[in-house]
Design a protein around this ligand. Structure first.
Ligand code: GLU
Length: 492
C-alpha cells in the first residue's frame, strides 16, 4: 500500500481561524490514525496579502493546539520553479496554450454576453490560432496568459468524494481557465496541485469551498500524468443566521488565539472543533486522543453544514455554549496540579499570583481550585468569578447584590453578628461553621438561607458557587470574619 500523506496548506493572510484549525485537526487525525505523515505547507504565493505575522500566528496556534506535523513548514514561494516548469510542461504537451487576448477584448466579450443574458466563458479564440499566428504574436512580444486546454468532450469529469459522494462536472461547463498570469506568475490552482504532486499527497481533506476547484484540479493532475489523491470535502461552518463564520462578521471569536486568551485548554477546543461537522455515530461527544483516533473516519463527516452557535446579542456570550461545556469538562477532570500550572499565567496577568501557592500554600491552593472548578468553563473564570479566593479587590455581581442583599436590608446587622459567632469558634471547620450559622438563624427567627446567601455574596461576590460551608472554610476564618464585618459597606 502506498504511503498515507496529508497536508495542511494555510494561506498566511490572517490569523489561524477555527475553521482552518478544524481542517488541520481532521488532516492530523487522519494521518495519525493511518500511520501517515502530515505535511505543513504555507501557501504564501499571494505576496501582497501574506505576512510574517500571520505565518507566526498560524505556527503558534497549531503548536498550542498540539497539532504536530511531520514535514515542513514548506513555503510555496520556494517552489516557484516547479510551478513554472509544470506550466511549461503543459504547454509542451499540448494541454495548455498561450492566450493573447487583451483585457479590453475580454471585457467587451463579457459585456456582450451579459447583454444577451448569457454566462461568459472564454470563447477559445487563441486555442484555435495557427502555429504561424502564435509565432507572429510571440515575435511581436505580445503579452499572454497561459490557459488550460479543457478537453472537448461530451461527458464529465467524475470523482468520488469521500464525503459528498459522486461528483460530476461536464467538460463543456469548464472554461479554458488561466494557469499563468500575463506577468508570468502561475495561479494558485496550478501551484496547489503541483505542490501536492511533489509532496506525494495521498488524501486531501479540505473545506467544501474547495469543491468548486476540484474538477479543474483533476484535469491538471491528469494532464501532468499524476495519480489522483483521495478527496474529502468537509461541510462549511455557519452561524445561526446561516452565514459563513468569518473575521469580518464575527470578529475575534473565530480566531484560535481568542480561545487561548479566554482560557481554553487546547484539547477542549480540539474536541469541540472536531464535532463541528463530524460525529462518531452515537451520542459520544467527549473523546480523549486515543478514543478520537479510534473513532474518526470519513464516514462520520456530515454533508450538511455545521452550526456554530453564535449568540451575538447575548451580553454573556463569549462563544458557542457547547464549546464552553466541553472545555469545562476538561477543566474539571485534569489533575489539579496540571490545572494549577495552567491557571498560573492567568493569575499572574491579573496580579493575583502568590509564590506561596507553589510552596507553603500549595495544598490550600490545590484544594481551592478543586472546589471552585466545578462550575468553571475557562481558565479566566478562576480570576473573575474566583477572584475573591485570591484577592481582596473583588467585585460583587449585581444580580447577587439585588437578590441577596437589597432584599434583606437587615443583613447589615446580621452579617457582623455572624462574624462574631465565627470569630468565637476555637475550632473553625465545616461542621462548627454550619452549626454557628444555623444557631444564629434560629435565634433571629429567619431562614438559614438568608444568612448563607448573604454571606456568599459578601465573601465571594457571586450569586452561586460550591457548598457554602466548604467555601467559608476554604476562604479561612480571618478573611470570612473581616468580609462579614465589612459587609455594611455594601448597604450604602
Ligand atoms: N491555501 C488554501 C486555503 O487556505 C488551501 C486550499 C486547499 O486545501 O487546497 O484555503
Amino acid at each position: 500500500m502506498s504511503e498515507v500523506r496529508l497536508r495542511f496548506p494555510p494561506s498566511p493572510t490572517g490569523y489561524l481561524h477555527i475553521g482552518g484549525a478544524r481542517t488541520a485537526i481532521y488532516n492530523w487525525l487522519y494521518a495519525k490514525k493511518h500511520n501517515g505523515k502530515l505535511v505543513l505547507r504555507i501557501e504564501d504565493t499571494d505576496a501582497e496579502r501574506s505576512t510574517q505575522e500571520s505565518i507566526d500566528g498560524i505556527l503558534d496556534g497549531l503548536t498550542w493546539l498540539g497539532i504536530t506535523w511531520d514535514e515542513g513548514p514548506y513555503f510555496q514561494t520556494e517552489f516557484a520553479n516547479d510551478h513554472t516548469a509544470a506550466a511549461q510542461k503543459l504547454l509542451n504537451s499540448g494541454h495548455a496554450y498561450k492566450c493573447f487576448c487583451t483585457k479590453e477584448e475580454l471585457e467587451a466579450k463579457r459585456e456582450t454576453a451579459q447583454a444577451a443574458k448569457q454566462d461568459f466563458k472564454y470563447d477559445k479564440t487563441c486555442r484555435n490560432l495557427s502555429t504561424d499566428e502564435v509565432a507572429a504574436k510571440e515575435a511581436a512580444e505580445t503579452p499572454y496568459v497561459i490557459r488550460f486546454k479543457v478537453p472537448e468532450r461530451d461527458d464529465a469529469v467524475i470523482f468520488e468524494d469521500e464525503v459528498y459522494g459522486r461528483i460530476e462536472r461536464k467538460y463543456c461547463d469548464i472554461e479554458d481557465f488561466v494557469i499563468v498570469r500575463s506577468n508570468g506568475k502561475p495561479l494558485y490552482l496550478l501551484c496547489n496541485v503541483v505542490d501536492d504532486i511533489r509532496d506525494r499527497i495521498s488524501h486531501i481533506i479540505r473545506g467544501q469551498d474547495g469543491l468548486a476547484n476540484t474538477p479543474r484540479q483533476i484535469l491538471i493532475y491528469e494532464a501532468l500524468g499524476a495519480k489522483l489523491p483521495t478527496f474529502a470535502h468537509m461541510p462549511l461552518t455557519l452561524d445561526l443566521q446561516k452565514r459563513k463564520i468569518s473575521k469580518r462578521s464575527h470578529g475575534e471569536i473565530v480566531a484560535v488565539q481568542y480561545y487561548r486568551e479566554i482560557g481554553f485548554l487546547p484539547w477542549g477546543l480540539t474536541n469541540f472543533l472536531v464535532l463541528l461537522g463530524w460525529s462518531s455515530g452515537d451520542d459520544q461527544e467527549l473523546f480523549n486522543k486515543t478514543e478520537l483516533l479510534d473513532a474518526f473516519s470519513f464516514k462520520g463527516i456530515s454533508r450538511s453544514n455545521s452550526i456554530f452557535n453564535y449568540q451575538k446579542d447575548d451580553p454573556k456570550f463569549i462563544t458557542d455554549p457547547k464549546a464552553l461545556s466541553i472545555n469545562g469538562h476538561y477543566l474539571q477532570s485534569i489533575p489539579v496540579a496540571e490545572l494549577a500550572a495552567k491557571v498560573r499565567p492567568f493569575m499572574e496577568k491579573e496580579n493575583i499570583w502568590d509564590a506561596a501557592y507553589e510552596a507553603e500554600k500549595k495544598e490550600w491552593f490545590h484544594q481551592t481550585l478543586e472546589l471552585i472548578r466545578e462550575r468553571y468553563h475557562t481558565l479566566v473564570d478562576f480570576t473573575t468569578m474566583g477572584r475573591a479566593y485570591f484577592a481582596e479587590d473583588f467585585t460583587i455581581e449585581e444580580r447577587a447584590k439585588k437578590k441577596n442583599i437589597v432584599k434583606n436590608p437587615q443583613l447589615e446587622q446580621w452579617l457582623p453578628m455572624l462574624a462574631d459567632r465565627f470569630e468565637a469558634l476555637t475550632d473553625y471547620n465545616k461542621e462548627t461553621v454550619e452549626q454557628a450559622a444555623r444557631a444564629l438563624a434560629e435565634e433571629l427567627e429567619i431562614k438559614p438561607g438568608i444568612l448563607i446567601n448573604g454571606s456568599r455574596t459578601v465573601t465571594t461576590g457571586c450569586l452561586a458557587g460550591p457548598g457554602m460551608f466548604d467555601v467559608l472554610v476554604t476562604l479561612g476564618k480571618e478573611r470570612v470574619v473581616a468580609r462579614l464585618r465589612n459587609a455594611t459597606k455594601h448597604f450604602a
